[in-house]
Design a protein around this ligand. Sequence first.
Ligand SMILES: C[S@@+](CC[C@H](N)C(=O)[O-])C[C@H]1O[C@@H](n2cnc3c(N)ncnc32)[C@H](O)[C@@H]1O
Ligand code: SF4
Length: 298
Amino acid sequence: MNKYFKGLMIEPTNICNLRCPICITGNGLNGAPKGTMKFSHFKVIIDQVKNFLENILLWGWGEPFLAPDIMKMIDYADKNDILTTIHTNGTVLNKKMMGQFKKNYRLNISFSIDGITQKSYAYYRKGGNLKKVFKNLSYLVNLKEKYNLFNLRIIWQFLIMKTNEHAILKAQKLAESIGVDKFLLKTIGIAKTHHRYDDFIPANKKLRRERRGEKKQTNQNCSFIKPGRPVVSWQGDIYPCCQDFWGEYKMGNAFEDKLLDIWNSKKYADFRENYIKGVNALCNNQCHLDKKNIYINY
Ligand SMILES: C[S@@+](CC[C@H](N)C(=O)[O-])C[C@H]1O[C@@H](n2cnc3c(N)ncnc32)[C@H](O)[C@@H]1O
Ligand code: SF4
């Protein structure tokens, strides 16, 4: 069993300005207390593990750029040679924040833009202003070009649903003309039993996540387990997986105990062991996440 992990998923905040209907924060079902991680707490976490940590995923159930200390977090990770990946709805970025990217951070930044007209975009990104998001995206692409920011990777992620599946090729062309590094198509995660399933599931079955059947996670390739990626909430609580929506598998708290001790605790080790054996209730029964199902080529 691996004594170390290589990645961390850290939630800067679980507050959001949008109301996406199939997100537990957007639809108000997220029962966790609302709040934001302070830089001092972020530093406590990173300092414990920076000698072996390779990368962080810097988002959770909220909009990371609403966290007042987010730019300090990105800066600190970079100073410690840690690759950061961040997902944003792109609505609250501003020139001052983006100006800091001139430091050529090792950063993947993914903009969630699921439409090319305000109407189809706001069908999911409720409260979002598409014009503003495109303005921010283009500004960053130009900044990258102007200052040769070769470490910065800009991604446009397009969540496929019923109302935008017809516009995929147009969006792809637009992404090329804006000059992003990658246009990524993501399948929507929505339970078949969800009362709004028919409102969102694409008509084209090939564009659905479950198109590969109800395959269970038994192939031992989950990065949360191996090479390992504990999930840290804004409050420091540690979970073994981003799919533990309701916080049922809390492993400890990184502000109270050492992260590595939590990772190597019997509870956490048993969780990983059970996954490898194929008897972990969360991973092997509920989770159908597989990179091949999530991101697709068109
Ligand atoms: C919960 S969001 C947090 C980051 C940020 N607020 C955003 O939306 O990009 C994390 C990722 O989940 C994606 N997402 C939101 N709703 C989704 C859904 N129903 N199925 C799959 N991915 C979803 C977002 O586009 C984003 O890439
Ligand atoms: S913008 Fe991101 S965090 Fe906010 S409601 Fe939408 S998916 Fe959820």
